[in-house]
Design a protein around this ligand. Structure first.
Ligand SMILES: [Zn+2]
Length: 357
């Protein structure tokens, strides 16, 4: 089954972690056998694995922050540095596009062509080389936008979604783990996003930013990679009221695969005496469906390459292509074929077609 994954950080892996995504995740692991660092020698995601896993379309990020609390490779001392890093991420996607590996999708026609090519490939028995992987360029944290007037240039370059913030404080809004809402600059950014038609990604907003953003922004909203706070009490997750607000605006939530997000009591980097499986993922998907009253507002937003390795994901997942086991886990819970197709790709497809119509 074709998959749309609403959250991958491919360029961060390539440029900050020095991973060549043209070779498989298992080959990347061998490159890193003596590389120190979190998630090293445990890569899950590279282009060959995505093709094998039929991840036909992904939302991919530029991710760089300027919070004033520097973290190597991610959080920089100034917005100018952050801008340049994000431009580098975009340049990486464009270079892969030029080489024929990716297709950067930024409008309805491009989306329909890219998707149709994958459907034709699948209908033809999936024996020919697959078409380029479709990607939609997004920003995880808007710190790289130097000021709201610059956003139009980013839009012209292909940017179509923005999550205004990440963990902690941001230049435009407070993120996960802060009690901060929109900053002085925040409303102007949201207005410009609305004018240009850039969708608002609520993943990583603080509670304050979430609710304030809804007042300042009337365009399309989504949460690219989020699970449910009702099941795992952590402020990174969406409350039931937030899920209902996204559903009310016809948004979609990408259920995300990190064990700490799926299962109460999982600590990143620690040993555990219990296993997290795709059944835990289905719990979160099902919770969203029960609140919505249908299966139209949830998809996948894996975050499989978001800085940790395969041992921080459900037991069935070694590399990204193992997401092909999610449909069986949904079927085992009683989900029918149409709903499963919706969750694996159809809901994101409908969302993107609507916002680009
Ligand atoms: Zn994230």
């Amino acid at each position: 089954m074709l998959i749309i994954d609403a959250h991958l950080d491919l360029a961060l892996n390539a440029l900050q972690l020095n991973r060549d995504l043209l070779v498989s995740a298992h080959t990347i692991r061998t490159h890193e056998l003596s590389t120190p660092g979190k998630g090293r020698a445990k890569a899950t995601t590279a282009l060959p694995d995505m093709r094998r896993g039929r991840v036909a379309l992904s939302i991919v990020t530029a991710v760089a922050k300027a919070s004033g609390h520097p973290i190597p490779h991610l959080d920089f001392r100034s917005a100018t540095q952050t801008y340049a890093i994000a431009q580098g991420h975009l340049a990486y996607y464009r270079a892969l596009e030029e080489e024929g590996h990716l297709r950067v999708v930024s409008d309805r026609a491009g989306l329909d062509e890219s998707w149709a090519a994958w459907e034709r490939w699948e209908a033809g028995g999936a024996v020919a080389p697959p078409p380029p992987l479709g990607v939609i360029f997004s920003m995880e944290c808007a710190d790289a936008v130097l000021d709201p007037e610059q956003l139009e240039a980013w839009y012209q370059a292909g940017l179509r979604l923005i999550g205004p913030t990440h963990f902690g404080p941001g230049r435009y809004a407070g993120g996960t783990g802060s009690e901060l809402g929109l900053t002085e600059r925040g409303p102007a950014l949201l207005k410009e996003m609305e004018r240009l038609g850039i969708a608002l990604d609520m993943s990583h907003t603080s509670d304050q930013t979430f609710w304030e953003s809804l007042e300042h922004y009337q365009g399309p909203i989504l949460a690219s990679h989020n699970d449910c706070r009702a099941l795992v009490p952590n402020k990174r997750h969406l409350t039931d009221a937030m899920i209902e607000a996204i559903v009310e605006r016809d948004g979609v939530i990408g259920a995300t695969l990190g064990n700490w997000q799926l299962h109460r009591g999982w600590d990143v980097g620690k040993a555990h005496d219990f296993e997290v499986t795709l059944e835990d993922l289905v719990d979160h998907i099902d919770h969203i469906c029960q609140l919505a009253g249908n299966a139209l507002h949830v998809g996948i937003g894996s975050d499989l390459d978001g800085g940790v390795g395969f041992d921080e994901f459900p037991a069935e997942i070694d590399t990204v292509d193992d997401m092909q086991m999610i449909p069986a886990a949904l079927a085992a819970r009683g989900y029918g074929d149409d709903d499963i197709r919706g969750i694996m790709h159809g809901n994101w497809l409908r969302f993107l077609r609507r916002i680009w119509s």
